[in-house]
Every structure is written in C-alpha cells, then in structure tokens.
Ligand binder design. Structure first.
Ligand code: FAD
Ligand code: UQ1
Length: 441
C-alpha cells in the first residue's frame, strides 16, 4: 500500500480548544464532527469509532432512515422492495458516536463551528463533510406536477421509485422517454440502466413492438468512459433504443404529455406515454451558502488526491458533495473513506504522511435482468478492472454478483467501516498490476 510523505499544515489544536461546556444542552464539542449519515458519513464514522474514544465523534444527520440507494434500480424494475432497502439510522451508525438528528444550517470553518436548525452549536476539532447531493426536480418547469401523474416517475427518489415499476407495467404502446440532466449526478449509469431494464421487461411481456424507447441525454456520449460506451452503443443499436445526445429536458407539460428538450440552443417537443426523469442534482443549501468551503457550483473544494479541504487542513470531504472529479458512486465512497480515514488519522497525530485517491469509481450497468457491464475506472476515464476477464461485456456473473452480494457487502462490511473497495480482490487476480489499491500515486 503506497504511503507518500507529504506535509499537512500542522494544526495548533490548543488554539482550537473548545470553550463551550458540555452540560449546556444545545452546545456540544467534539474531536470529530461528521456532517451527513449517508454512505460516506456512516462508513467513515464506523472507521473512526474504532480509534477515537466514546463520545468523541458527533454525526449530524436529518433522516431517521438510511437507504441503500444502489438498490433503487432493482426496485424500479420490480426486482426489489423499498421496504427492504433501508435500515434505521440508529442501527447503522456506530453505537459509540453521538447522533444529532437535525439539519445542518450553518458551517463556520474559521471558528470550527456548525449550527443546526434547532439551534445546536457544535464546536469541532476536525470536520468531515459528507452531505451528498439534493435532488432538484423543481429545476425543470412542470416536472413536480407531472410526477403526480401515473406515467411520470424516477428511480432516483424514495418518493417515486416504487411508482416506477407500476408505470413500466402499464406501458402498452406509444413512446417511453428516459432522460439524463446537464449536471454531475450520482450514479451516472442509473438513468440508462432503467431504460435497458424497461426494454427487457417489455420484450418479456411481448409489448416491445408497440413501444418506441428513447434515451435523451444532455451528455456528449452514452457513458463517460469510451471502453464502456462502445459496448453500450452496441446494446442500444441491437435493442432499437434511440439515443439522442446533448438533448436536455427543460420542461414538461403533463396535461398534453409533452416533454420539451433543448439541443444546440433549439427546443424540440417530444410526446410521451411514459417518462422517466433523472433530476438535476445540487449540493445541499448549507454548502452552497458557505462560500469559503465550496467552489462556484457549491461542491466542497478538496485536493482530489488527499480529499483534504484546499484551505482548511482540519476539514475533509467525502462522497457526492466533494468536487473531486470522480464519478459519484458508493463504490467511489468506499475507496475515499479509506483514504480520508488514513489521512485524517495522520493529521490528528500531527504526522506528515498521506494516502492518495486516484479517482476509482465503479458502475454496474445492468443491460437486462440477468446481464451487467461492470464498469470500473479512475480519474480521466482510465479503465481499472478487478476481475480476470474483460469487463466491457454483458455478463450474467456480474448481474447476480451485484444483486445478491452487494447489499450484504454494503450493510455488513461498508457500514461497519470494513469495505475499502475491491483492491484486495484485484490483488488476487492481478498481482503484478500497478496502482492495484486504487489509492496510490
Ligand atoms: P448520501 O449517501 O446521499 O448521504 C448524504 C446524507 O446527508 C443523507 O443521509 C442526507 O440526509 C444527509 N444530509 C444532507 N443535507 C443535510 C443537512 N443539511 N443536514 C443534515 N443531514 C443532511 N453507487 C454505486 O456504487 N453503485 C450503484 O450501483 C449505484 N446505483 C445507484 C442508483 C441510484 C438510483 C442512486 C440514487 C444512487 C446509486 N449509487 C450507486 C450512488 C450512491 O448511492 C451514492 O453515490 C452514495 O450514496 C453517495 O454517498 P454520500 O455519503 O456522498 O451521500
Ligand atoms: C462497490 O464497492 C460498491 O459499494 C459498496 C457498490 O455499491 C453498491 C457497487 O455497485 C460496486 C460495483 C462496487 C465495486 C465492487 C466491485 C467488487 C467491483
């Protein structure tokens, strides 16, 4: 495992000393504050809960439930149930951390202070931001109203995911449209996975001939990594799925079932009988409001290799809300959590060493119920595969591997801080490969 010497600016912890007394109920202080109890927040809390003392960690998370979001694609095609895709936050978070169930409303990194909606003031020595992305259905005019109709849906939201399969089951003719927005999103593959699965379902029930399937994406290619987009182009051609690139949804008229798209600054209206929308996404409001922490789009400014904040050495970010240019997935978070854990631990001890994140991400692209292209890659779309066979192929093994083993890997290993990505598996299959940990230089 590569460890490289690097100078973290030393913190003068004596000066950060928390002057608030623990016995004032709405005032807290802690060694490590974690914002967000999603994939990143829970996995890193689990890691630090083994090295820090009881009550030295506080997690602020607004939700009662922790969802396994990768399962939403299966739910959308009737291969999973929403009721089985979540656990209570209290059961996912480690037992020896303090959970403040509230919304973070203010972050003041100059004074090491976070304030919540109900008025808790929390002073921290070290901060990890893992607030994910907010879904922004409202950005597309008419969409929120359209989502009240039975034929408009989205696997991206807890609210609409179950409805997706209901809507797919009802398709019997006409045009089914799937969209992908013009912004970074979590799991860039999910917007097209659901189109392929829908196509497969319609073939199974022998209604495919009556339905035209269109995938309208704002992106310039089907997938950001050429190796995998090649195979996906073959899939869409073979299965007669029309792909329109650089075609961005801007408006929906539910009463006439029309979706308005923009391409090359011109608008084009598509009639639909079924519409699956992948919404715009944006960092949570509190991040966008904290200008000193974020870039112009509201993502936390980190060094893309160390994941330390570029200006505040006691602040790190992990997952979808940071501005490292990796593809935003839980698979990426697994590797990032390992890097952040080691770098922050070194920082806490005043050591000058760091681990290096090279952008690893993975996206299992289901092309049928029973087939999956397992995309794995680094920064700049460089393929970086784990298994001893070509992964730019549709495979049965990858589909069932993801469906059957990934939830256990997520709940039992990742949420306990014990899954750092597939580096150890890769080491078995590719013992002489460089960069085998996905985290070295
Ligand atoms: P999240 O897990 O979203 O956590 C953010 C947390 O912050 C949430 O719990 C939220 O409630 C909390 N929060 C936000 N704002 C505040 C606030 N102001 N105050 C308090 N709490 C707040 N990844 C894969 O690796 N493989 C897949 O196959 C895959 N498929 C996917 C399919 C779908 C449909 C979706 C939606 C996602 C998929 N992902 C997949 C992506 C993966 O789920 C995310 O990348 C991952 O969950 C990101 O983790 P995170 O911690 O950054 O954000
Ligand atoms: C992964 O690590 C992960 O996080 C737990 C996922 O989310 C559920 C994934 O979908 C994938 C594919 C990985 C990567 C794991 C392997 C074995 C390639």
């Amino acid at each position: 495992m590569s460890k490289v010497t690097f100078l973290f600016p030393k913190l003068h912890l004596e000066t950060v000393i928390l002057q608030i007394h623990r016995n004032i109920s709405s005032k807290y202080c802690c060694k490590l504050l974690i914002l967000g109890g999603g994939t990143g927040g829970c996995s890193i809390a689990a890691k630090f809960s083994r090295v820090l003392k009881e009550n030295e960690i506080i997690v602020v998370e607004q939700c009662e439930r922790h969802y396994y979001q990768p399962g939403f694609t299966f739910i959308g095609i009737g291969q999973g149930q929403l009721s089985k895709s979540w656990k209570l936050m209290k059961d996912v978070l480690p037992k020896n951390v303090i959970w403040i169930k509230d919304i973070v409303t203010s972050i003041d990194p100059d004074n090491n202070l976070v304030i919540t909606k109900r008025g808790c003031q929390i002073l921290y020595e070290f901060l990890i931001i893992s607030l994910g992305l907010d879904l922004n259905f409202g950005k597309i005019r008419g969409l929120v109203d359209a989502l009240c109709e039975p034929e408009v849906c989205s696997i991206y939201s807890v609210k609409y995911v179950t409805k997706t399969f209901e809507a797919i089951k009802r398709i019997d003719r006409g045009t089914a449209i799937f969209t992908h927005p013009r912004c970074p999103i979590k799991c860039q593959g999910a917007s097209q996975k659901i189109a392929y699965l829908c196509d497969h379902y319609l073939r199974k029930v022998k209604r495919r001939e009556c339905v035209k399937i269109i995938y309208n994406t704002a992106n310039p290619d089907l997938f950001a990594v050429r190796r995998y987009s090649n195979v996906l182009w073959e899939v869409t051609e073979r299965r007669d799925i029309q792909v329109n690139l650089k075609t961005n949804l801007i408006e929906v008229h539910p009463s006439t079932r029309e979706a308005v798209f923009e391409k090359d600054k011109k608008t084009k209206v598509f009639k639909y009988d079924f519409l699956h929308v992948t919404p715009y996404m944006k960092p949570p409001a509190v991040l966008r409001a904290t200008k000193s922490l974020v870039d112009k789009n509201g993502y936390v400014k980190v060094n893309k290799h160390t994941l330390a904040h570029v200006d505040y050495p006691n602040v790190f970010a992990i997952g979808d809300c940071c501005n490292a240019p990796n593809s935003k997935t839980a698979a990426a978070v697994a590797v990032q959590s390992y890097v952040v854990f080691n770098n922050l631990k070194a920082c806490m001890l005043g050591k000058d060493s760091y681990f290096f994140y090279n952008g690893y991400s993975s996206c299992p692209i289901f092309t049928e119920i029973g087939k999956c292209v397992m995309a794995e890659f680094l920064y700049n779309g460089v393929p970086f595969e784990t298994f001893p066979f070509k992964q730019d192929k549709e495979r049965y093994s990858m589909y069932y591997g993801v469906k059957l083993f990934m939830p256990t890997l997520y709940w039992k290993f990742m949420m306990n801080g014990r899954w750092n990505g597939p580096s150890n598996i890769r080491k078995i299959f590719h013992p002489f490969q460089q960069h085998q940990y996905g985290i070295d230089q």
